[in-house]
Design a protein around this ligand. Structure first.
Ligand SMILES: *[C@@H]1O[C@H](CO)[C@@H](O)[C@H](O)[C@H]1NC(C)=O
Ligand SMILES: *[C@@H]1O[C@H](CO)[C@@H](O)[C@H](O)[C@H]1NC(C)=O
Length: 259
């Protein structure tokens, strides 16, 4: 695949929203979701430690962020991380992973990855796939929803025990690239969506939320990618947009691997 490289300048201050990175966080400004109301939510672990979120898009496949590396286990049907004997859980190992061929860790473009499970999940009330379909680029000011077990408090670098969610507001790309916002460091491209505060509140994803969903009108529109700190109005969360091109990559990748 031919991959375009953008600009990569002053990247050192960026954090990807995995727990091991320099910052960490959970959903900021959110509330606990009704248990199992988002049955496609996956909790991703490396060495028995939860580090990222993911989205079950097929009984054998979980979509997450490319920067969530070294994922060993995928837990479905989780609400509280501590409730290890919850009968609604299904745990799978990662059989193989496919990072987007054009992912660039400096430019942060194409921050998408597919994890193939060692065995398909059984769809139940608490474990269900979220079908991906073509979606429109959400207009500025659209209200969308993000979810995850990431840090909920900037000063407490710890995952949330329960699944949290918050409404975020889509921010226009021109504004998101402006001087007070990301100032083109990195460039917010058409393949990214900025979403956060409505101008008054603090609403954001944080460390540990990477790889989770950005849902607009209940449809999967993006995947949690990066931010600077958490909950800052002028540094909103940035999401990989599931454009038609990305859907094609996802569908081709899943098909190729079925052979
Ligand atoms: C965040 O955590 C700190 C330290 O545990 C605590 O003092 C503070 O009240 C918390 N803030 C919120 C908003 O929960
Ligand atoms: C989140 O947004 C949806 C859709 O606009 C709205 O129905 C819901 O009440 C909001 N939830 C919260 C907690 O603000």
């Amino acid at each position: 695949m031919f991959c375009l490289r953008g600009f990569s300048i002053f990247i050192s201050c960026f954090i990807l929203l995995v727990v091991q990175s320099s910052h960490g966080s959970e959903i900021i400004g959110g509330t606990e979701v009704k248990p199992h109301s988002l049955p496609f939510m996956a909790l991703l672990e490396t060495k028995n430690k939860p580090v990222c979120g993911g989205i079950l898009i097929n009984p054998s496949w979980v979509l997450t962020a490319a920067h969530c590396t070294d994922i060993k286990e995928v837990l479905l049907g989780v609400h509280s991380i501590k409730a290890k004997d919850d009968q609604s859980r299904q745990v799978r190992k990662v059989k193989s992973y496919v990072s987007h061929p054009c992912y660039d860790k400096d430019d942060k473009v194409n921050d998408l990855q597919l994890l193939k499970l060692n065995k398909p999940v059984k769809e139940t009330k608490t474990v269900q796939t979220l079908k991906i379909k073509p979606v429109k680029d959400p207009a500025a000011d659209t209200t969308c929803r993000v979810a995850g077990w990431g840090t909920t408090n900037n000063s407490k670098k710890q995952m949330s025990d329960v699944l949290m969610a918050v409404n975020v507001t889509v921010i226009d790309r021109v504004k998101c690239n402006s001087k007070d916002y990301y100032n083109f460091k990195p460039v917010i491209t058409n393949s990214m969506i900025c979403a956060g505060s409505n101008g008054k509140n603090s609403a954001d994803t944080c460390q540990g939320d990477s790889g989770g969903p950005l849902l607009c009108n209940g449809e999967l529109v993006g995947v949690t990618s990066f931010g600077v700190n958490c909950g800052l109005i002028e540094k909103p969360g940035v999401y990989s947009f599931l454009s038609a091109k990305q859907l094609t990559w996802i569908q081709k990748t899943m098909k190729k691997s079925e052979i």
